[in-house]
Design a protein around this ligand. Structure first.
Ligand code: ATP
Length: 321
């Protein structure tokens, strides 16, 4: 910085928090050019800082034009893909409750609903609020302590998404590249299967790890091994399998039965060389809570404890990779 830049700097001293974020400040030919480090600020924080800086520089002689560049937030972020081999196994239910349990464990968590065939997170997470866009980036809404963006927020509710692969991948990209601020873990609820969306996620955003959800049925498990295979082949570490709907607890007598069989997940996980991270029972309370937009992980009691334990295992897995 030169002597000419001094009036800029003294004006910026009047803006709280601005001085330590200045990467460069130049005043030349009537133009003030600033580069500001915006790390850790969300869209409204960046907008407020820019507004305050412009106000402070308005009276500086020779600064007829002010150009402000905010550097992108390059914070390390863990992308955790949640996949399944087939539909209807409860992947969205597990993703939502896992995201909440991770947030309750003290992490800053975002949830992307990339399930193009049935974006159900607004329903499960109990928020149909439409997200805003700032500087061409979508700003997540916040619900149950988790930031969230869903393909379901981009289309009218109830309208089926008949997008082809590239369109769907493009829409998912807009969600992942949204303004996630200081989010540490971004949980991606993928569509079921091993198609274009999963491939484009792996190629463009390289998840740090993947979790696979399956029911204990043999057929679901065979499909789950395909999903594990896709991540393995593309060098995304699979930290484990979540067995959902594993055992039905009768709400009247408490007896546990196994409508989808028992022991299959353990066996399949053993064959694939991945651990079973947790078992989520098939309960009426989980189904009702999901339909009502009150995810059990956000409450207390046995269902919440199941997801808290799952979150702890997932964090261990993330630390180990
Ligand atoms: N552990 C559970 N106990 C009871 N009901 C459950 C459980 N897990 C999921 N469900 C219910 O099963 C249905 C399907 O769940 P969900 O939408 O999470 O599945 P999915 O695998 O994401 O499906 P999709 O194929 O649409 O992606 C929902 O009605 C949900 O409430």
């Amino acid at each position: 910085m030169t002597q000419d830049d001094a009036p800029l700097l003294s004006a910026l001293d009047r803006v709280p928090g601005a001085r330590e974020r200045i990467q460069s400040a130049r005043l030349k030919d009537g133009k003030a050019s600033l580069v500001i480090d915006a790390a850790g600020l969300d869209a409204s924080g960046r907008a407020a800082l820019e507004r305050d800086i412009r106000a402070a520089l308005a009276g500086v002689p020779g600064a007829d034009e002010v150009r402000i560049a905010m550097t992108a937030d390059k914070r390390e972020r863990t992308i955790l893909a949640v996949g399944s081999g087939k539909g209807g196994v409860g992947k969205s239910t597990v993703s939502a409750n896992l995201a909440i349990a991770l947030a309750r464990a003290g992490r800053k968590v975002g949830l992307v609903d990339a399930d193009v065939y049935g974006p159900s997170q607004p329903q499960i997470m109990g928020s149909h609020e439409r997200p805003d866009s700032v500087d061409n980036r979508i700003v997540p809404i916040e619900t149950h302590g988790v930031r969230m963006l869903s393909l379901g927020q981009l289309v009218e509710s109830g309208k089926a998404l008949a997008w082809r692969g590239p369109m769907a991948a493009n829409a998912m990209g807009q969600l992942i590249d949204g303004d996630w601020g200081d989010t540490e873990i971004l949980v991606i609820d993928l569509p079921p299967g091993t198609g274009d969306i999963q491939l484009s996620l792996v190629q463009k955003w390289t998840p740090s790890a993947a979790v696979i959800v399956s029911t204990p049925q043999d057929l679901a498990l065979i499909d789950a091994t395909r999903a594990i295979d896709l991540f393995r082949k593309t060098n995304v570490p699979v930290i484990g399998l979540v067995e959902n709907m594993s055992g039905y607890a009768c709400p009247h007598c408490g007896e546990i039965s196994d409508p989808f069989g028992a022991g299959g997940a353990e066996a399949a996980a053993g064959v694939m060389g991945v651990p079973v991270l947790g078992r989520v029972p098939l309960t009426l309370s989980i189904r009702r809570a999901s339909d009502a937009g009150t995810p059990p992980a956000a409450g207390e009691g046995e269902d919440a404890a199941v997801f808290a334990a799952l979150a702890a295992r997932v964090l261990e897995g993330l630390n180990r990779k």
